[in-house]
Write a protein that binds this ligand. Structure first.
Ligand code: TYD
Length: 139
């Protein structure tokens, strides 16, 4: 599949503002262009730690900084960009075949990920050279 950084957009999620506090919601196939099959979250990330370091063949994701902040470095094999997430009403869409790394986690931050498929290790590229080779020779 040919994908590029242009496809990895920031999605402004609905916000219901209320003196009692804010509420944001996400509906699969409405606010994200896929059905949500899995939710996972990263938390208790120690200072200086790096997560990610892989790409997915088919998986689509929406990444949200539920609390605190962190950086997502995206790489489509040609270009790289860094997206700083620090608002719980913005979701970063990551399409298939994008290498990503997450770092610069603030203390107490929580990274929520909505995913289009259940966990499947065979969907990962964990080797950067193999990812690049697959990017250059898409099936
Ligand atoms: P990984 O996707 O490499 O984490 P990250 O991208 O956040 O750094 O997953 C780390 C470990 O957790 C790996 O052994 C697979 C396991 N895992 C699951 O069992 N289920 C899941 O939904 C996820 C995301 C990971």
């Amino acid at each position: 599949m040919t994908t590029s950084l242009i496809d990895c957009t920031l999605i402004n999620l609905p916000r219901i503002l209320d003196p009692r506090g804010a509420l944001t919601f996400v509906e699969g196939s409405r606010h994200v262009p896929f059905q949500i099959a899995r939710v996972y979250y990263l938390y208790d990330v120690p200072g200086g730690a790096e997560r990610g370091g892989h790409a997915h063949k088919e998986l689509q994701q929406l990444i949200i900084a539920m609390s605190g902040s962190f950086d997502v470095i995206l790489d489509d094999g040609g270009e790289k960009k860094c997206v700083h997430l620090n608002r719980s009403y913005f979701g970063l869409r990551i399409v298939p075949m994008i290498w990503r790394q997450l770092n610069n986690f603030s203390s107490g931050s929580v990274c929520l990920v909505l995913a289009s498929h259940p966990y499947d290790e065979s969907d990962y590229y964990r080797d950067y050279a193999r990812f690049l080779s697959a990017k250059k020779n898409p099936r």
